[in-house]
Design a binder for this molecule. Structure first.
Ligand code: ADP
Ligand code: ADP
Length: 230
C-alpha cells in the first residue's frame, strides 16, 4: 500500500527560485524513509509538500490516496493523515505541555476532552515526559520540548509522520533521547519520513535512505547498500 507517491515534483518559490526539479519518492505503509543530502538541496521543501505546507507547480503528489494539487484542494483531508515535527519544536509557549497535546484534537477534531486527555497522558508517558505535563514549554530542555512535539503530533493520530531535522536544534546530549523515541515509533506501523543528518539513525532505523541534491532525488537504497557505496 503506497502512503506517499510523489512524481516529478517541481516547485518554484515566489522569488523565482526553483527548489524542486523533478523530485520523486514513493513511501509504503509502515516504511521508515530517511532523506539526506546537503543543505539547500530541497529536503525540507519536499517533505513540506507532503502535507501541503508548500505548494508545487508541476508533477503530482498523492498521500494516502488523496491527490494534492496546486489549487490546494484537499488540504484539510491530507493534514488529518499527516503529522509533522519541526526542527524548532513549534510548541504553543502559552499552553502547558498537556494542553499543547489536547488543544487541536479537542478544538479542531471535536473529540471528547476526557478521552483526549487520557490519550495525551499515555503519550507523554510513552515519550518519558509525563512528569512535566503541567509545565510550559519554556521550562523544558530542548530534548524534552521535542519529545512533547512528537507526542503532540501522535495525539492527532496521523497515519504518516514527517520529521524535518528534528535533532538539529538540540545540544548533543539531548539528541539521543529524541532519536530513541523516534526509534521506538519506527517499530510501530506508523509511516515515517525523516530529514536528518544523523547517520547512525539512518543506518540502524531506516528501511530506506534517500539522497537529495539540487532539488532531486539522486539515489535511494536500503541502508546497508546506501552506506557501502564507493
Ligand atoms: P534543505 O532542507 O535541503 O536544506 P530547503 O528545502 O530548505 O533545503 O531549501 C531548498 C532551497 O530553496 C534553498 O536554496 C533555499 O534557500 C531555498 N528556499 C527555501 N525557502 C525559500 C523561500 N521561502 N523562498 C525562496 N527560496 C527558498
Ligand atoms: P532549513 O533548516 O529547512 O534548511 P532554512 O534555514 O533554509 O531552513 O530556512 C529557514 C526559513 O527561511 C524557511 O521558512 C525558509 O522557507 C526561509 N528561506 C530559506 N531560504 C530563503 C530564501 N532564499 N528566500 C526567502 N526565504 C527563505
Amino acid at each position: 500500500e503506497l502512503m506517499i507517491e510523489a512524481r516529478a515534483v517541481e516547485k518554484w518559490y515566489p522569488n523565482g527560485f526553483q527548489a524542486l526539479r523533478g523530485a520523486s519518492l514513493t513511501v509504503r505503509r509502515g516504511e521508515v524513509v530517511v532523506i539526506m543530502g546537503p543543505s539547500g538541496s530541497g529536503k525540507s521543501t519536499f517533505i513540506r509538500t507532503f502535507n501541503a505546507l508548500e505548494d508545487f507547480q508541476k508533477g503530482s503528489i498523492t498521500v494516502d490516496g488523496i491527490a494534492l494539487s496546486n489549487d490546494l484542494r484537499n488540504i484539510d483531508a491530507v493534514r488529518r493523515e499527516v503529522g509533522m515535527v519541526f526542527q524548532q519544536f513549534n510548541l504553543f509557549p502559552h499552553l502547558s505541555v498537556l494542553d499543547n497535546l489536547t488543544l487541536a484534537p479537542v478544538l479542531v477534531r471535536k473529540r471528547p476532552k476526557a478521552e483526549v486527555e487520557q490519550q495525551a497522558w499515555a503519550l507523554l508517558e510513552r515519550v518519558g515526559i509525563a512528569e512535566q505535563a503541567g509545565k510550559y514549554p519554556g521550562q523544558l530542555s530542548g530534548g524534552q520540548q521535542q519529545r512533547v512535539a512528537i507526542a503532540r503530533a501522535l495525539c492527532m493520530e496521523p497515519r504518516i509522520l514527517l520529521f524535518d531535522e528534528p535533532t538539529s536544534a538540540l545540544d548533543p546530549e539531548m539528541v539521543r533521547e529524541v532519536l530513541e523515541v523516534m526509534q521506538d515509533l519506527a517499530a510501530d506501523d506508523i509511516t515515517m519520513v525523516v530529514v536528518t543528518h544523523e547517520v547512525k539513525f539512518a543506518r540502524h532505523v531506516a528501511h530506506r535512505v534517500v539522497l537529495m541534491a539540487d532539488g532531486e532525488v539522486v539515489e535511494e537504497a536500503e541502508p546497508e547498500v546506501f552506506f557501502t557505496n564507493p
